[in-house]
Design a protein around this ligand. Structure first.
Ligand SMILES: [Zn+2]
Length: 297
């Protein structure tokens, strides 16, 4: 049965009620998003962006579904299947991370269905009509603004691009173009920052998640991203670009996105991101929450 983001947020309300209130209804859209844009944008103050480009299910007004026949180039990259549960996962992650770190990450979610535009493709492969192109542009305008905000305020930061995959249902697959999109992070802190115990993927592994490629793989683990090695978003905004930040694509297997598993996945991911943020982004724990705002263990 399909689940809505609201359903998941309500289901998790007992866990993080005060922060839910902060996220619903959405914060006023920044200048980059107009009311006709089917993009959810929450601006944050942390040097962290959470994006979910394939979790939306909405049809834009006047939108026409893309077809493979109309794809003039790159037909092998033509996909219209949504990544079920990833919009909800991104929203939950933002809520729990806000509690853990005492400030909000940026959250950018495409609410339009992938059949109308694909935010994780280059512009010439992403849409087939002006409606789709408009939604695509709205998503990327918000993402660019978030990256620019972080660079201006912090100098560096992290983009976590959340996806879903079915090929390895019980695994989370890393995509950094074999380390390219986290070039600045690796240069400063070494491979440990991507695969070590205080990295996001290391902390997820410690929580019992199966990680691909394995963190403790061959001597050159970063050169083995052969399943999903990172799409357009991480390649466009990653720190190998002059105006980028470190960017990691995470593809969550089907099991992690099951309705009865999603809150645990979000908690494990938030714990991992908070661990990384303290170790590599210089973020400290917030002051102890009062009893009313406490997160249940
Ligand atoms: Zn995806």
């Amino acid at each position: 049965m399909p689940i809505s983001r609201r359903t998941v947020l309500v289901a998790a309300a007992g866990v993080v009620t005060p922060a839910i209130a902060e996220l619903e209804p959405p914060a006023p859209a920044p200048e980059s998003v107009s009311p006709s844009d089917l993009v959810t944008v929450h601006r944050g103050t942390l040097p962290i962006i959470i994006s979910a480009p394939h979790g939306g299910g909405a049809k834009p007004s006047g939108g026409v579904a893309r077809t493979k026949q109309n794809q003039t180039a790159g037909q092998s990259q033509f996909v219209t299947v949504m990544d079920t549960g990833t919009a909800e996962l991104a929203s939950l992650l933002a809520v729990i991370l806000t509690r853990a770190l005492g400030a909000k990450p940026h959250l950018i979610v495409a609410d339009f269905h992938r059949r109308y535009a694909d935010p994780n493709r280059a512009p010439d492969l992403a849409s087939q009509d002006p409606v789709g192109a408009h939604q695509y542009a709205a998503f990327h305008k918000a993402l660019r603004a978030g990256v620019d905000d972080i660079r201006a305020a912090h100098g560096r930061g992290l983009l976590i691009d959340i996806h879903g995959q079915k090929r390895e249902p019980n695994a989370i697959v890393r995509g950094t173009r074999n380390g390219e999109t986290v070039r600045a992070l690796l240069k400063t802190h070494g491979d440990e920052a991507l695969t070590g115990p205080k990295s996001i993927l290391g902390a997820l592994a410690a929580a019992g998640c199966r990680i691909l490629p394995p963190n403790d793989g061959p001597q050159e683990p970063l050169a083995h991203e052969d399943l999903f090695d990172g799409g357009y978003i991480v390649s466009e905004y990653g720190s190998h670009n002059a105006h980028g930040i470190d960017a990691i694509q995470l593809e969550f297997g089907t099991e992690f996105r099951a309705p009865d598993r999603l809150v645990k996945t979000a908690r494990d991911l938030a714990t991992a991101v908070a661990c990384f943020a303290r170790a590599y982004l210089g973020l400290a724990d917030p002051p102890p929450a009062d009893e009313e705002n406490r997160i249940d263990p």
